[in-house]
Write a protein that binds this ligand. Sequence first.
Ligand SMILES: Nc1ncnc2c1ncn2[C@@H]1O[C@H](COP(=O)(O)OP(=O)(O)OP(=O)(O)O)[C@@H](O)[C@H]1O
Ligand SMILES: [Mg+2]
Length: 253
Amino acid sequence: METAAVELSEVGLCYPGKPPVQVLDGLSLSVQKRSFVSLIGPSGCGKSTLLRIVAGILPATSGTVRVEGGTALDAQRAHRFGFVFQDAALLPWRSVQENVELLGELVGLDPAVRRAQAAALLALVDLKGREHLRPSQLSGGMRQRVAIARALVINPSILLMDEPFSAVDEFQRESLNKELLRIWSEQQNSVLFVTHNIEEAVFLSDYVCVMGPHGGEIVEYLPVELDRPRPEEVRVSPEFLALRRHLREILVR
Ligand SMILES: Nc1ncnc2c1ncn2[C@@H]1O[C@H](COP(=O)(O)OP(=O)(O)OP(=O)(O)O)[C@@H](O)[C@H]1O
Ligand SMILES: [Mg+2]
């Protein structure tokens, strides 16, 4: 079988302190290459912590973490990750184009390659012609699209997204969802996507992983077997609504 993009086995994380906080405990999860997996669960259950562990930013205190067959740190050093945060976190003094080029600069991409790559990605997220604007001149949804382009500039094989659309309204969220699926189908990355929004999780994912309130385990690993590409109307199909209802029942009980 092909090596998984991400394979977590019995992962635990304890934040040091008095008293120490055990956030994750014996958590196992795998993300197959080129699949789209969402992580949903109550606030404070450890979703952001989990993404930081996968990204090699935070070492797990127990269990094993494998990313494309190696350690998380190896993957981080090989620039395998793109990270999109809840707020776009753009640098206000840089233009849109310069923000997208940032990671390329940090990893030492050739300037001409970097520039061409950033321009192509800005076209991909529908921001052609806005390259010279500053973040303050963009809407919230546009800023998130810049953040997505920025994460993709080093051509990461794994995209980690932590509630990237929570700050935009419902309509923008739906259009960003569509945009993201289009980009993902072109780029063929593996995605681990954290959200609080059940509908978004179902619309985007191959699998929705539901975390329990104490981060100890994935309480449900729900396959979403809806055909792709997924048209907007799929959101009102009986299959979609049944999945949504099922997740709601698990999450609100
Ligand atoms: N640096 C830290 N030191 C100590 N405890 C922390 C630290 N970071 C997070 N925590 C605790 O770990 C738990 C999980 O936090 P985390 O941010 O991973 O949750 P989350 O599932 O992403 O929540 P949300 O949905 O609200 O973003 C929380 O109880 C939080 O208080
Ligand atoms: Mg979080």
